[in-house]
Design a protein around this ligand. Structure first.
Ligand SMILES: [Zn+2]
Length: 260
């Protein structure tokens, strides 16, 4: 399972526009008054068109294949402030990310197979790199494609390759859960995010892969799924600390104990 970093203005713009739907993005409900801003209006109108016609995957596929398309040209015409600098920065991060993934990918595949019982893996996953201006609180996202394996991460050069790859793996695990049709998790976002929070980023898998030194004690979605965290936390800890994944998948392990 290779990763293919994508450093490309059109792809970055596309995933940024799609990300306005992401529940962790503050601007999920973008005030419509911004449409009156002459700089934002072309971008927001483009989003409206892509969304209305359901063209997210279509456009992304055109971009990565280098094929011409009217909406791709429209995306290209939008100016991204300091894009040349950002592109250089993202390209450097891409190199570090790819070489780190090469070092840990076999272990990632083998451990995630044991933990989730995955049978299928992708040959290649596109990782769109977008710029994020802050040093902390960066995120990744999926969902702009259904068929083509692709995720996005919003980053900058102040982040270490280990941190970025940890978030990339979180998003890839979401996609592997769909690919393998893990029925206990499909449609149960609370359980899926709770489990993944203990696994990566900053989780037991992150530590096992050498991406982090310690498991973070205050996971990302704790406030949202507090009750589930408190219920599952001790069992999940026990599962990893005693290397139970060598014998049983985490869902089988938790079944009957923590959920039906
Ligand atoms: Zn997630």
């Amino acid at each position: 399972m290779r990763i293919e970093p994508v450093v490309c203005k059109e792809a970055y713009l596309l995933v940024t526009l799609h990300d306005m739907n992401c529940p962790y993005v503050d601007l999920k409900y973008f005030p419509h008054v911004y449409y009156l801003d002459p700089h934002l209006a072309p971008l927001l109108y483009l989003r409206y068109r892509i969304d209305q016609e359901g063209l997210w995957e279509h456009i992304f596929t055109k971009i990565v294949r280098g094929e011409g398309d009217e909406l791709v040209r429209e995306l290209r015409s939008i100016e991204v402030y300091k894009w040349d600098e950002i592109k250089d920065m993202l390209s450097k991060v891409a190199i570090g990310l790819s070489s780190l993934h090469e070092k840990v990918r076999e272990k990632f595949v083998s451990l995630s197979r044991k933990i989730f019982g995955f049978e299928k893996f992708f040959d290649e996953v596109y990782v769109v790199l977008g710029f994020y201006p802050r040093a902390e609180g960066f995120h990744g996202s999926t969902g702009f494609t259904k068929k083509l394996p692709a995720i996005a991460v919003f980053i900058n050069d102040r982040m270490k390759a280990e941190e970025v790859l940890d978030v990339v793996y979180h998003e890839i695990l979401h996609m592997l859960i769909r690919l393998n049709n893990v029925s206990e998790l499909i449609g149960n976002r609370a359980l899926e995010e709770t489990l993944l929070d203990f696994i990566c980023p900053d989780g037991y898998l992150s530590v096992a892969l050498g991406l982090k030194k310690a498991v973070k004690t205050s996971p990302r979605h704790y406030q949202e799924f507090k009750e589930l965290y408190d219920k599952l936390g001790p069992k999940i800890r026990e599962y990893f600390e005693n290397k139970r994944f060598e014998k049983i998948s985490i869902l089988k392990y938790l079944k009957g104990v923590c959920f039906e």
